[in-house]
Design a protein around this ligand. Structure first.
Ligand SMILES: Cc1ncc(COP(=O)(O)O)c(C=O)c1O
Length: 386
């Protein structure tokens, strides 16, 4: 597979390992070299081999961009220094006065970026329940130019019917942006469902090992891609070549990791559903989960994130998160090790008092790749304390 060849006819796992990553023509190295050079020699003014300056383009970054674009089944990929840098790049498609509709359940940092940074300089925004399609139509404001959604959402794992939201938004002249961090391109490809742009926190499943912060934007439309690429260079929030290498390395095992994340999540869900201390289990595979039909339609499997509420309220939630041993109490998600957190006080503290506020009794799990039996036993002993 050549560097520009996206391997259209090949399977996901093959593209994850090879797309954008031919053997190095200079040495035959089978792993994409980490090109640290900030600048590239020119034979004559303006005559170069595709790279001039590393903010504008870098060979290791180009390999990552080609690989994730191939996995999302789109023509263009852009890598960034963090998920929020990727989001910021996308929000710069808008002009002041153009409204953003944000799903009313989303990562706290996304809410903070839209409400506190963009909202403060003249970009109106509204938080909307995107599971209510009639409500979305009824409350549509003519200045809306962008609908921003996660599916499944962080932290309530709500699943949004991407195709229907895209239909409504496109009829009214707005773009649809999907944060695909929780699902990953292995489980869901939003552009094939009608979305215009996908964003990722590559810090999570794409990297997969809690050792790199990164972001990604995937887009099919050439004109949108050109505008996004212009801002990527002009604003400059690009990732380091070493970080690109780490994400490329993570991607090679994305499919097998996601399969096991899903299997382990199911084992944990089985425990939670039967435990007397637990009030509600939020996992899109459960038939009583409101997002189940959308998830079953648009996802290959249901993911590695599980949230639940406790009958004993916030005190019980804090007790559980402080007493697991294998599940580490920490922010972030999507890596090989299991993590547990209290969204209200940790990842989602910034949404307190907003329409995106999360329940106090909520606990979020990122189910990792340890032995399922060990994970279940760990969680059970923490729940049994209550
Ligand atoms: C769903 C989602 N989107 C975006 C982000 C932001 O990504 P980053 O932390 O890489 O900036 C996060 C971070 O937790 C997230 O969970």
């Amino acid at each position: 597979m050549g560097e520009q060849d996206q391997g259209e006819g090949l399977g996901f796992e093959t593209r994850a390992i090879h797309a954008g990553q031919p053997a190095d023509p200079a040495t035959g190295a089978v792993v994409t070299p980490i090109t640290l050079a900030t600048t590239f020699a020119q034979g004559e003014v303006g005559q170069h081999q595709g790279y001039e300056y590393s903010r504008s383009g870098n060979p290791t970054r180009a390999a990552l961009e080609a690989c994730v674009a191939s996995l999302e089944r789109v023509a263009h990929g852009l890598a960034f220094a963090s998920g929020l840098a990727a989001e910021d790049n996308v929000l710069r498609l808008l002009q002041p006065g153009e409204r953003i509709v944000l799903g009313n359940d989303a990562y706290g940092g996304t809410y903070r970026l839209i409400s506190k940074i963009y909202g403060a300089v003249g970009y109106p925004w509204t938080a909307v329940d995107l599971t209510d399609l009639d409500g979305l139509r009824e409350h549509w404001s003519p200045d809306t130019r962008m609908v921003w959604l996660e599916s499944p959402t962080n932290p309530l794992l709500t699943c949004i019917d991407i195709e229907s939201v895209a239909g409504i938004a496109h009829e009214r002249g707005a773009l649809v942006i999907v944060d695909n961090t929780f699902a990953t391109p292995y489980l869901q490809q939003p552009l094939t469902l009608g979305a215009d742009v996908v964003v990722h926190s590559a810090t999570k499943y794409l990297g997969g090992h809690s050792d790199v912060v990164g972001g990604f934007v995937a887009v099919d439309d050439d004109e949108l891609a050109e505008r996004l690429r212009f801002t990527q260079n002009a604003a400059g929030a690009v990732p380091a070549p070493f970080d690109c290498y780490l994400v490329l390395r993570g991607l090679k095992t994305l499919a097998v990791r996601m399969d096991r994340h899903c299997t382990n999540a199911r084992a944990v869900v089985d425990l939670l559903v039967g435990h007397p201390a637990v009030d509600r289990v939020l996992y899109p595979q459960l038939p009583d989960h409101p997002g189940h039909p959308a998830a079953a339609r648009q996802m290959r499997d249901f993911g590695g994130m599980v949230s639940f509420t406790l009958r004993g309220g916030e005190a019980a939630a804090l007790e559980v998160v402080q007493h697991t041993e294998l599940f580490t109490l920490a922010e972030s998600l999507g890596a090989v090790e299991s993590l547990i957190e209290h969204p209200g006080r940790m990842t989602h503290a910034s949404v307190a008092g907003s329409p995106l506020e999360v329940p106090e009794s909520l606990v979020r799990l990122s189910v990792g790749l340890e032995s399922a039996d060990d994970l279940v036993a760990d969680l059970e002993q923490a729940l049994d304390r209550i």
